[in-house]
Design a protein around this ligand. Structure first.
Ligand code: ATP
Ligand code: LTN
Length: 332
């Protein structure tokens, strides 16, 4: 019966503390999809090293991200949770797919352009090549669907192009994946600069909410979130700060934008902001409690990532062999 389920692949980089953006854009949606699909949820440490990481911190964050997956509701018994660097097929497939990817298409990636601006002179080739590794992640498992935030849409498009190019050059090999982008929460914005996406590697700590921020910090950050002088709760591009908070409140409570506009009519922003903060706290507090318990049990985590690596290795090696054969390599 499992064989018939469609396949999902997604991942988050252990490159810092996860934000409310990662949660609403990715993690929360994964939890909803796990019953219906055969899911692979990866901690993409190979992607994280495209910018410099402190070894000790990388180790910590890798386990922390994994614990967060589980605390958010991803059930290890039902899904394959694994660490990318444990499965060598990802790196191998990335080399192969590099030879089917053009410099021009990689140079057009918004994430590359933005990050290379930020990291200045010392841009590793890995940052440029990042989408090819991501395509390998996805294509190795024959993923049908990839649940991500809208910032990853472009990377999904290049993955589809690479898959089609390979399929056309040889014969149908890869499933051409579709992005799964939630209608709201797909792009949570920075609280201080609401025209920029909230990011775990952002510069202003008041700009993001971390999944592990204590309640009083969450309240303070929302209270300080940039709004405007209009004073009306209204869902419009002209009020990006308010719009962002409304989006957050909508994903967390299900309240429609019209109902919100009515509810806060003539009341300014104070109560509105309070309600947003409480909705976030209510959602994140149970996750925070669970994370502590899970992180304290290293044996449990080890069991899960070992089992995950075994399953992922088996599945991905089959696809890797297929690729090698089609390309014309002599089998061992
Ligand atoms: P970094 O800041 O280190 O580049 P990031 O915060 O963008 O990282 P990733 O690990 O690259 O996080 O992304 C993990 C997932 O979270 C992806 O599916 C991405 O689309 C989603 N995501 C990240 N930021 C947001 C956001 N602000 N709103 C919605 N989804 C987001
Ligand atoms: N690039 C993604 C992380 C990522 C990913 C993946 C997401 C790496 N490999 C495969 C989905 C599927 C990001 O969110 N920055």
């Amino acid at each position: 019966m499992d064989e018939k389920k469609k396949v999902i692949f997604s991942g988050i980089q252990p490159s810092g503390e996860l934000t409310l953006g990662n949660y609403l854009g990715a993690l929360k949606n994964w939890v909803k999809l796990q019953e219906e699909y055969d899911c692979y949820f990866c901690i993409v440490d190979l992607h994280a090293i495209t910018v410099r990481q402190e070894p000790k911190v990388l180790r910590q964050k890798t386990l922390e991200v994994m614990a967060l997956y589980i605390a958010a509701g991803i059930e290890p018994e039902k899904n394959t949770i694994f660490i990318q660097s444990h499965v060598s097929a990802h790196s191998e497939a990335a080399w192969l797919l590099n030879c089917y990817t053009y410099m021009g298409e990689l140079g057009r990636m918004t994430q590359f352009k933005e990050k290379s601006k930020k990291y200045g002179d010392n841009i590793g080739a890995g940052l440029f090549d990042y989408p090819v590794l991501m395509a390998s992640d996805i294509l190795l498992y024959g993923a049908d669907l990839v649940p991500v935030g809208s910032d990853q849409k472009q990377h999904l498009e290049i993955t589809r192009d690479i898959a089609e190019r390979f399929n056309n050059a040889y014969s149908p090999t890869f499933t051409v994946p579709e992005p799964y982008i939630a209608e709201s929460g797909a792009r949570v914005m920075d609280l201080q600069e609401p025209t920029k996406k909230m990011s775990k590697s952002g510069d202003n700590p008041n700009g993001n909410i971390l999944i592990l921020d204590p309640p009083e910090v969450i309240r303070k950050k929302i209270n300080r979130a940039v709004t405007d002088s209009v004073g009306i709760v209204r869902f419009t591009d002209e009020q990006p700060g308010v719009k962002n908070l409304m989006t957050i409140l909508r994903v967390l409570t299900g309240l429609s934008y019209e109902d919100m506009e009515k509810k806060y009519e003539g009341k300014g922003y104070a109560q509105f902001k309070k309600d947003v903060a409480e909705a976030i706290v209510e959602e994140l507090l149970p996750i925070q409690d669970k994370v502590k318990i899970i992180l304290a049990d290293k044996k449990y985590l080890e069991e899960i990532y070992k089992k995950g690596a075994e399953k992922a290795t088996y599945v991905s090696n089959k696809m890797l062999r297929k690729m090698q054969k089609k390309i014309g390599f002599i089998p061992v």
